[in-house]
Design a protein around this ligand. Structure first.
Ligand SMILES: [Zn+2]
Length: 402
């Protein structure tokens, strides 16, 4: 591994300017989702990959929004390594930035721009790694399928489409998802349940409240029950992801200042750890309501699924992919490697839960500044990630990778 890392790091060093210029170019493409507008970026990446010898296919998920499927074939059919990252970003926001959000300006070892770390740093790292692999011309086996996808922010529609339409006929043996982990290896992320809870009451004139049933009081009791639930959840713990959490985030109700309200709506966001099922929050709310019905037997409510759920995901820490990645991470960064958990959801969920592919998350930049003003990525981490992606591919697809 040491010899490989030396070779790869030297090649990354030689390509440094090229890798950073491509990252800047990726940032220049405004891919704020909605509407995404990923097509021009997909074309840009696809053209670069074709120049390196890839077969490139565009998989249109919706009109004008393609995943780019870039296939590099080596000797034999197996194994197949999948690289996934996303091209879209969240909006730049209304607060002025230190530098223009689409500039890719470098300052003090950081490159600034919307998407710099989430996830164009990973995108440019993977592009650079493929160039490095071509430069080194190592004897590799099988296939490396590099898939920059659309619409990860707020849905995961690109990767979901790729998985649910049969992964373009492939069955990958392992996958890497490029998202900011500060060049740490992650094998797990949280999932979510989001619900709208409609609480019903009975309207009446507020000069005589006893004739009605106040939906605001009912939903307040439910909201406080959810606050207590959050406290109870501290007793549950995942070694990397910590405790699950829950919160009430929007509440609205009532129609007139002199009318007892008969309808209140609130949204609840529940973050789940592996082992918690798709109906986790529904069951917890049902339990809280069952308690409330002891003193309020007619408590009436509906649960509406907001269609934004993601399943929590994890890959067994003893999986050879995770072990190889950790070993490589340690050798490359020269600091002790430890597995980390990712608190938000990622497209890994589709790869592990639906396609059952062992998957890790790895990329440059810090997830905590991902959606904030002055988003940036440390240039050194982009280069470290480039070396990581290239070396991991060489280890997994190389002659000793069996
Ligand atoms: Zn992301």
């Amino acid at each position: 591994m040491r010899e490989l890392i030396k070779q790869v790091s030297a090649a990354v060093g030689e390509r440094r300017q090229n890798i950073l210029a491509q990252l800047r170019e990726c940032i220049h493409h405004n891919t704020v989702n909605p509407p995404g507008n990923e097509e021009a970026l997909a074309q840009y990446v696809g053209d670069k990959m074709k120049a390196l010898g890839a077969r490139v296919e565009y998989q249109y998920v919706v009109p004008g929004r393609p995943n780019a499927l870039c296939s590099f074939r080596f000797s034999g059919d197996r194994p197949c390594l999948l690289w996934n990252t996303h091209m879209d970003t969240v909006p730049a926001g209304n607060v002025p930035w230190k530098f223009d959000a689409w500039s890719g300006q470098e300052d003090g070892g950081l490159m600034y721009g919307r998407g710099a770390c989430d996830a164009k740093g990973s995108l440019a790292g993977m592009m650079g790694a493929l160039a490095v692999l071509r430069d080194l011309d190592l004897p590799l086996r099988g296939e490396l399928l590099f898939t920059p996808v659309i619409w990860e922010e707020g849905g995961g529609k690109g990767t979901a489409h790729f998985v649910r339409t049969g992964m373009a006929g492939r069955s990958p043996d392992f996958a890497v998802v490029g998202e900011p982990t500060e060049c740490n290896v992650s094998n797990a992320h949280r999932g979510s349940n989001r619900r709208l809870v409609v609480v019903h009451g009975v309207a009446a004139h507020s000069s005589d409240p006893d004739r009605g049933v106040n939906s605001i009081y009912r939903s307040s009791r439910l909201a406080l029950g959810i606050e207590e639930l959050h406290e109870r959840l501290r007793a549950k713990r995942h070694p990397l992801l910590g405790s699950p959490v829950v919160s009430v985030n929007i509440i609205s109700g009532g129609t007139k200042h002199n009318t007892i309200p008969d309808r209140t709506e609130m949204t609840v966001d529940r973050r789940r750890i592996p082992g918690e099922g798709p109906r986790q929050l529904d069951e917890e709310i049902e339990e809280i309501v069952a308690c409330l019905r002891v003193s309020d037997p007619t408590f009436a409510y509906e649960l509406v699924n907001l269609g934004m759920d993601k399943e929590p995901a994890d890959t067994d820490p003893s999986d050879p992919l995770v072990q190889t990645a950790l070993e490589l991470c340690e050798a490359l960064s020269k600091r002790p490697a430890r597995l980390i958990g990712v608190e938000g959801g990622t497209d890994m969920t589709f790869l592990t839960n639906e396609a059952h592919v062992p998957t890790i998350i790895y990329g440059p930049g810090d997830m905590r500044i991902a959606h904030s003003v002055n988003e940036n990525v440390p240039v050194d981490q982009v280069l470290e990630a480039t070396a990581f992606y290239a070396s991991l591919a060489a280890l997994l697809l190389g002659p000793a990778g069996e």
